[in-house]
Design a protein around this ligand. Sequence first.
Ligand code: NAD
Length: 310
Amino acid sequence: MSETTSQQLPTVAFLGLGHMGGPMAVNLVKAGVSVTAFDVVPAAMDAAREQGLTVAETPEDAVRQAQVVITMFPSGQHVKDAYTGAGGGEGLLAAAPAGATFLDCSTINISEAQEAAALAQEKGFTAADAPVSGGVVGATAGTLAFMVGAPDEVFERVRPLLEIMGARVVHCGGNGMGQAAKICNNMVLGVSMVAVSEAFVLAEKLGLEHQALYDVVSNASGQCWALTTNCPVPGPVPTSPANNDYEPGFAGALMAKDLNLAATALEQTGATAPMGRLAAELYNQFVADGHAGKDFSEIITTLREGSREG
Ligand code: NAD
C-alpha cells in the first residue's frame, strides 16, 4: 500500500464482496476512502458489516453518490447484467451520477470487458478493466498486482485507489488490455506448471531424485516461478502447496477458468497456441476429476497417475 491522502480520493461504490472484493473494500476504508458496499449474497453483506463497511440496501443505492464504481464478480456476464440491470432492478448505469468511472477488477473475457466498457461509455461514463493477481493473501495485505486497461486520463483517475489495494499497478493499454495481460500471463503459468510437473514425473521414472532435479533446473534455463515458488513436489521449496497436501495457493478451478478465457481469446484472434489449448484441456479434466479446490500444482498427480509402467 502506498501513501495517498484521502482529500484527493474519489468516493467509491464496491460491489462483489467475496473472497477478493471483501478485503479489497476493507483496505480502501482503512485508507480513508468513503466506500458504500453491496453484494447479492446476504452472508457476504453480514461479513462486510462486521468488517466495518457501510452497506447499501440495493446495488443502485450503493452507486448513487459514487465517483468510482468498482465491481469484483465471478464472470463477464455478472458484470454486464449488473451494469444494465438484466438481473433485475434499474442497473448500475442508470443509477450512477454523471462523471462516474466504472472500474471492473473481475477476471473476465477480453471481449466482455470491452463490451462492458462500451456500455458505460455509451451512457457518458468512463471505464477501466483492472484484473488482479496475488490471490486472497494479496487482497488482504493490499499487495495485489493490477493490470489496467483504460485511456490515460481514466487510468490516472483510478490509480490512487489501485495503489491502496495493491503493490504494483501496470497500465497495459486501452480498454480490455488489462484482461489481455492477465490472461497471457496465466497461460504462461498454466503451461509452465504442466511442463515442470512433466519433468518431475519423467525424473521419477528415470530414478533421478526430486532435489537433484530441482538443484539443476532452478539454476539453469528451465528456471521459472512454477518451479522455484510453487514447486509441485514436496521438499525442495518448503512453502509450496505440495508440502501441505496441495491446499491452495491458486485453486485448480481458477486456473481452469483463466485458461478457458485464454482459449476464448485464441479462438477469437486465431492465434496459434497448441500448448495453451492443451493446458486448458488438462485443467478442465483436473477440475472434472474433483480437484477444483486443490492447488493447480497438484496436476502432477494426474500426470503421474496417467503414466504407464516403463
Ligand atoms: P467470489 O465468488 O468469492 O466473490 C464474488 C462475489 O460477487 C460473490 O460474493 C457474489 O455474491 C458477488 N456478486 C455476484 N454478482 C453480484 C452482483 N450483481 N452484485 C453484487 N455482488 C455480486 O469470487 P472471488 O474469489 O472474490 O473472485 C472474484 C474475481 O476475482 C473473479 O473474477 C476471479 O476470477 C478473480 N480472481 C480471484 C482470485 C482468487 O484467488 N480468489 C485471484 C485473482 C483473481
